[in-house]
Ligand binder design. Structure first.
Ligand SMILES: *[C@@H]1O[C@H](CO)[C@@H](O)[C@H](O)[C@H]1NC(C)=O
Ligand SMILES: *[C@@H]1O[C@H](CO)[C@@H](O)[C@H](O)[C@H]1NC(C)=O
Ligand SMILES: *[C@@H]1O[C@H](CO)[C@@H](O)[C@H](O)[C@H]1NC(C)=O
Length: 320
């Protein structure tokens, strides 16, 4: 129903309800035909669909799925069409198909049909856990495929949000002067009176576990600690030979490069462990990362580890 309404909103004026419903049904069918493979794929061939957990390299994956490696310009112009233009959804799909790589995919934020605002979270649907999506839309998008998504270490993810310093997406932190103090204020402010302001900042503080919940949860997790190798392995195993993420394709944060989880106070870490308890459980279950005190950084992504690790390790907090 939601997709139908979305298409109505996007393409058809008010006061034409009956005709509009019919048009919208037709459009839905057309969308299904044009965006899903016509032949059902073999069991492990191209059988994935992507769930965008905010702040987990989702845009990099969507970029390479859509345009292939080394074509950020193609991706950027297409993303501007998706985000910025007032065109009807089906017209956006037409334009995307025209610039997409052969056998590309239109996943997550890239998908114009996922740009409604969720009633539950107030965030765009592409950043909202799929269990909260309208059922029709979720059935269309996931289409019986396996859902893959990235799982990130919670301290490291929050440090990245802090370093990103983006207002409205993860938060802006007063110009960095107070570094980890600002992080603490941010966290404690959101944890006011025992209530986590869970959907703030475009859902970037939502526990990742909510994107694993059924229905429509992630069943094929990608280890962010080993990104992009981990993502490339999953894509290759599932037959997506046209989607290989090179180092140069990765979009990452760059402020405060010396800050890492070892700089967080034990109070901050305790709060993070409380709020993100289920994320730590998932890391243990899926990847065997069962030490919730561990300080990690991303060795395969530029600028995601401090320059002098032995020095940082020597002064790091480690909190039971
Ligand atoms: C939000 O709620 C309204 C009213 O119940 C409903 O018509 C609409 O489809 C919902 N939108 C989404 C995105 O769930
Ligand atoms: C927190 O609780 C106190 C006491 O009930 C109340 O006065 C205060 O307004 C609350 N703060 C927020 C942000 O809800
Ligand atoms: C890293 O820090 C350690 C300890 O402060 C120091 O001895 C070492 O020279 C530093 N290494 C580099 C490459 O700066």
């Amino acid at each position: 129903m939601f997709l139908v309404q979305l298409l109505l909103l996007a393409s058809i004026g008010a006061g034409q309800q009956d005709q509009a419903d019919e048009c919208a049904e037709t459009l839905l069918v057309q969308l299904s035909l044009s965006t899903q493979p016509r032949e059902p794929p073999a069991a492990t061939e191209r059988d994935l669909v992507f769930t965008h957990v905010p702040y987990n390299f989702g845009h990099t994956i969507e970029q390479v799925a859509f345009a292939g490696s080394g074509h950020i310009d193609v991706y950027a112009s297409a993303q501007i069409i998706v985000d910025g233009s007032p065109m009807p959804v089906e017209k956006k799909f037409d334009m995307l198909q025209a610039s997409m790589q052969p056998q590309g995919e239109i996943w997550g934020h890239m998908n114009p049909a996922l740009h409604g605002t969720s009633n539950v979270t107030g965030c765009p649907l592409f950043y909202t856990p799929a269990k909260h999506w309208p059922k029709d839309l979720a059935d269309w998008y996931f289409a019986g495929k396996k859902t893959f998504g990235v799982l990130r270490d919670p301290y490291e993810r929050l440090v990245a949000q802090f370093r990103g310093n983006i207002p409205g997406y993860g938060g802006a932190f007063l110009g960095f002067q107070t570094t980890m103090l600002a992080m603490w204020i941010q966290l404690s402010g959101r944890y006011c009176n025992g209530t986590w302001q869970v959907y703030a900042e475009d859902c970037t503080y939502v526990p990742q576990a909510e994107y694993f919940d059924s229905p429509y949860g992630i069943t094929v997790p990608v280890d962010n600690r080993k990104f992009p190798t981990s993502a490339n392995d999953v894509l290759a195993e599932h037959g997506y030979t046209n989607m290989h993420i090179a180092t140069g394709d990765i979009m990452h944060v760059s402020g405060c490069p010396e800050v890492w989880p070892g700089d967080l106070s034990c109070d901050t870490k305790k709060l993070i462990r409380e709020v993100y308890a289920r994320d730590f459980d998932l890391l243990c279950k899926h990847f065997g990362y069962c030490d919730a005190g561990e300080n990690v950084c991303l060795t395969e992504v530029p600028e995601m580890c401090p320059s002098n690790m032995s020095q940082k390790i020597a002064s790091a907090t480690y909190c039971e």
